[in-house]
Design a protein around this ligand. Structure first.
Ligand SMILES: [Zn+2]
Ligand SMILES: [Zn+2]
Length: 313
């Protein structure tokens, strides 16, 4: 019976550590910092070996389970191993994507308290593992006004980072633009810029711009003129120098659809050319380009990294 066969079949191996032996790894150098959201299965420090095996020179990870409140501890030994591997493989920056449950913009006091503690723990782990950036979605202001949501977010983030000495520890919080779902804060560049401006007095803060979110929110990054205009708007609000990380994701949905579904590079409604333009734009030379593309088939991660690297001229 097919049902039995399906049940007993082992899912295909997806871990790059098992798919590409170290002896077969041939990294191609790139003049851009290119990486992918990398698995930490077996401990956070194992991600460095995976990133290198995937041909990356930067990486993004979750520092604990992204959909659970329970924090995870990182031991000094793990931090040491991570630092050694990053130096050996020239992996920088190390970006931590914050837990998806965190909502700093909301009004529910219980969620807000949990969010403050979880964000604080994210930043403490980031400091202990010498990560340069924590990426945060600004959250949902359902139940209050956008203005109030922005104030909530600003206050909650300030509380979460109180006394952490982020500047001395080399940590910057990056506010990510969102796809524009109802009540989501930060779907416009103005929103992201407002939050950064409000926080800049208190902590080191900059931004992470996601190509899929930008596109489905309705900004044109596909046509040449559209790209020029969108970059002009981004520069006038957030400032291009403040975009430290570009999340490079193609989109399954159309421009303006507000549907956040990431697609393989070149296979979606954005297509290859806009990524070539982005990667080779000298105004983004300081930034890291990090994929958050799906792994539908084994080696999809490796393939997307190689596609992105091949676009750099
Ligand atoms: Zn993203
Ligand atoms: Zn997304």
């Amino acid at each position: 019976m097919p049902r039995v066969a399906k049940k007993s079949a082992k899912p295909p191996e997806r871990d790059i550590l098992k798919l590409i032996p170290a002896s077969e790894h041939r990294p191609q150098p790139s003049s851009r910092r290119i990486g992918i959201h990398t698995s930490t299965a077996g401990g956070v420090e194992t991600s460095a070996e995976r990133a290198w095996r995937l041909g990356c020179n930067t990486l993004q990870i979750f520092s604990s389970s992204p959909r659970m409140w329970r924090p995870m501890d990182i031991s000094p030994k793990q931090c040491e191993t991570m630092a050694r591997l990053r130096a050996e493989y020239d992996l920088k920056p190390l970006v931590i994507h914050a837990n998806y449950l965190i909502n700093a913009a909301g009004t529910n006091p219980e969620i807000l308290e949990k969010s403050v503690s979880a964000l604080r723990a994210e930043m403490q782990r980031a400091i202990s593992i010498c990560s340069e950036y924590v990426v945060l979605h600004p959250g949902s202001f359902r139940g209050c006004s956008r203005e109030q949501g922005l104030n909530n977010a600003c206050e909650a983030i300030a509380r979460a980072s109180d006394g952490l000495n982020m500047a001395e520890n080399g940590l910057t919080l990056l506010i990510e633009n969102t796809a524009g779902a109802e009540f989501s804060l930060g779907s416009s560049f103005e929103n992201v810029a407002d939050l950064i401006a409000a926080l800049a007095r208190k902590i080191p803060v900059a931004s992470c711009i996601d190509t899929c979110h930008t596109h489905v929110r309705g900004y044109d990054i596909v046509s040449e003129e559209g790209y020029a205009e969108t970059m002009r708007q981004l520069d006038a609000t957030v400032g291009l120098a403040n975009v430290r990380v570009w999340h490079c994701n193609d989109a399954r949905a159309a421009c303006g659809s507000k549907l956040d579904r990431h697609e393989h590079i070149g296979k979606g409604s954005i297509g290859l050319e806009p990524f070539r333009r982005l990667l080779n734009d000298p105004r983004h030379a300081h930034a890291a380009f990090i994929l958050e593309t799906p792994i539908d088939e084994p080696l999809d991660d490796l393939h997307n990294v190689e596609v992105l690297k091949a676009l750099v001229s």
